[in-house]
Design a protein. Sequence first.
Length: 233
Amino acid sequence: MKIVKQYTGQEALRALTDRLINLMNQKSERRFNLALSGGETAKQMFVLWTDEYRELLNWGRLHFYWVDERCVPPDDPESNYGHAERLLFHPLTISSHHIHRIQGENDPEQEAVRYAAEVNNSVPQLDGQPHFDCIILGVGNDLHTASIFPSTMSLLTDERSFVISTHPQSGQMRVTMTGSVLLNQTPLLVPVIGSGKAAVVAALENDFEQQHPVPAVYVLSKAADATLFTETL
């Protein structure tokens, strides 16, 4: 794992975006399949993209997918898609044909199967799993990533591409990408910013996977290409 530290969270998000542009430039002749995460950092990133990267990113090449989604309708305040639609897709008039959302309003088990099929049919395969061009991955305070929690570590090695996960405190159901896709040779860009994330950054900077096999540490220690973008805290 590489670590990129900037003075502020905004600068860290700009560094992440510059890395995304570089990855796109390396594959300039075709569509670019990008998987997004949700959360407060994602919201900040979407606003930055809309404000500063409207003319700097080739939005027409991007196809947007999701790492995970809460099982709620798209207009629910907790919908990851809903935040992206309001802060990014609508302001930039992104074509609906380029947006591949998890339909959180559907039956969770059926939606996990349906979304896995959509991804498998539209994203190139590598070693029997979807291979995204880039995944932007969040990390929670409990060091969960995607919707893989310390209590659901088995999802890190699940051979399915998308499955159902349940939040350990709220009991909320979610559809999530598994570790089999996260660790399928895809560049992972991981923004961890904000004063409340100091303990998370410290955990990710130290290799104690054997002592604390939590999801984010597991994924970032095993990824072929992972970069943590953070700030001086």
